[in-house]
Design a protein around this ligand. Structure first.
Ligand SMILES: Cc1ncc(COP(=O)(O)O)c(C=O)c1O
Length: 453
């Protein structure tokens, strides 16, 4: 194996010489001059990628993308996990295009709003009403607002182990990047730990009758302990709080109906986004009628201003979602995501063992949503090693901030990725032995949640 590994490392070095990022490099200063951060989403920013990385993507097809300089890559976690079928996936593009020709936005609702609502509620057990929006942040924030109105309470209990819920103040105010957010707002959000029912119970005990809702992803990198989610629900009901599952990632991945279906625990409210429209901007807040109806016209409570925006129900995004759901059902997309993730996982595990990297590099999460961890010689989380690994993947034609697969990742794509991973891990091993600085070209990636640049 050492020979194969050495050959892979050598062929990687040849690849470096061939990779040209000059057009990307020319455009980057302009992007930073015109756009704060040089990109509209922080997760896509230059500080999240190695220096030796493509600056801009020109186009994508399936799970392949081409950068501005014409370099081709297999991509993972496409569109921040939104593009689950594949880039430019023809039936979805076609459905959206057909709808665009009929008009995208009118003075009164379009019938397609009702059509998608019907389909979503058919999919989701225990949800009675649904409202659409353009992104996950809006629907998670709407859930918090509804829960506050419904309970008449101000505090929100947020799971501390889950990385992201919303761009809005109730969540970002709890992170390091809290500039511009009044402390009075941040103080209303409290933190509990996942899989630690006691930590949530303590919050309820410390703030009796003040917590409006409990916010968590049903699952992230770590699975729920047996019965944990059901116990969280029982505790919420006992203390009069709303249980809200953020299924922005887990929805359409763990199961079409989300991790709530996978784990058999129905929350009072849940949010879907990302994969709903294969990259088209569509998200949904779904839940129990007695809560959701506060955003409606048929009650005598104070009205909740619920998700009313100009672009909220653009018809072509709803058409994309209907078609995405049709394809999921017809072609068993979720099963495929799990299968391909499993294929990649077993190949990566083999390379980890061959390079004696147990404890230094590894995978976490379900096969449908694999992430990797990178540790240094002391087995501590390491951004330099993450950067090095991503740099070495890019050299070998893979953009991999995660290993989140799509319906377009064929066996051949997975196998090619596994070869790239193997080559990258050969370098990783050397960097552990000889020092990461010797192999890392440029500065390391920085954490997104940091106070200063
Ligand atoms: C779990 C989770 N919730 C909510 C969001 C916010 O979604 P959006 O970026 O569409 O506003 C994200 C985005 O990454 C997410 O991962």
């Amino acid at each position: 194996m050492a020979n194969t590994a050495d050959k892979l490392a050598a062929s990687a070095l040849e690849a470096v010489d061939r990779m040209d990022f000059s057009k990307s490099r020319d455009l980057q200063p302009k992007a930073h001059r015109l756009i704060p951060g040089g990109a509209h989403t922080y997760a896509k920013g230059d500080d999240q990628y190695p220096e030796q990385a493509p600056g801009f993507i020109a186009r994508g097809k399936g799970c392949h993308v081409w950068d501005l300089d014409g370099n081709e890559y297999i991509e993972y976690g496409m569109g921040l996990r939104a593009v689950t079928l594949g880039h430019a996936f023809e039936p979805v593009v076609e459905a959206a295009y057909k709808q665009m020709q009929l008009g995208t936005n009118f003075s009164r609702p379009a019938k397609i709003e009702v059509d998608l609502a019907e389909v979503m509620l058919e999919i989701l057990d225990g949800a009675d009403m649904v409202k659409f929006a353009k992104n996950g942040s809006d629907v998670t924030t709407a859930a918090v607002k509804l829960a506050r109105a419904y309970t008449g309470r101000d505090l929100v209990a947020i799971c501390d182990d889950h990385p992201f819920f919303s761009v809005d103040d109730w969540f970002i105010g709890t992170t390091e990047v809290n500039a511009g957010i009044p402390q009075a707002v941040s103080r209303l959000s409290l933190k509990f730990s996942y899989n630690d029912l006691g930590s949530l119970r303590r919050l309820f005990d410390q703030h009796p009758n003040q917590i409006a809702c409990v916010v968590l992803e049903p699952e992230n990198a770590v699975p729920p302990a047996p019965n944990y989610l059901a116990q969280v629900k029982d505790l919420c009901e006992e203390r009069g709080a709303v249980l809200f599952f953020d299924e922005t990632i887990t929805g359409f991945r763990w199961h079409l109906a989300g991790a709530q279906k996978f784990h058999g625990v129905v929350p009072h409210l849940s949010a879907f986004g990302k994969a709903m429209g294969n990259g088209f901007a569509v998200a949904a807040l779904a839940g129990k009628r007695d809560i959701m109806r506060l955003g409606g016209l048929d009650h005598d409570q104070p009205r909740v201003f619920l998700l009313s925006t100009t672009h909220g129900a653009e018809t072509h995004a709803l058409a994309a979602s209907l078609e995405t759901i049709r394809i999921y059902r017809e072609r068993h997309v979720v099963e495929f995501l799990w299968k391909q993730g499993e294929r990649l996982r077993s190949l990566v595990h083999r390379s980890v063992a061959e390079n004696r990297l147990e404890g230094f590099f590894g995978l976490a999460g379900r096969p449908c949503n694999l992430i990797f961890f990178t540790h240094d010689q002391e087995q501590q989380r390491s951004q330099p090693f993450r950067t090095l690994f991503m740099q070495e993947l890019i050299r070998r034609g893979v953009i991999g901030p995660s290993f989140v697969v799509s319906f377009s990742h064929s066996d051949a794509d997975i196998d090619r990725t596994a070869e790239a991973v193997h080559g990258a891990l050969v370098v990783y091993r050397k960097a552990l032995d000889e020092g990461v600085a010797k192999y890392l070209e440029g500065r390391p990636i920085k954490p997104v949640y940091r106070k200063f640049n």
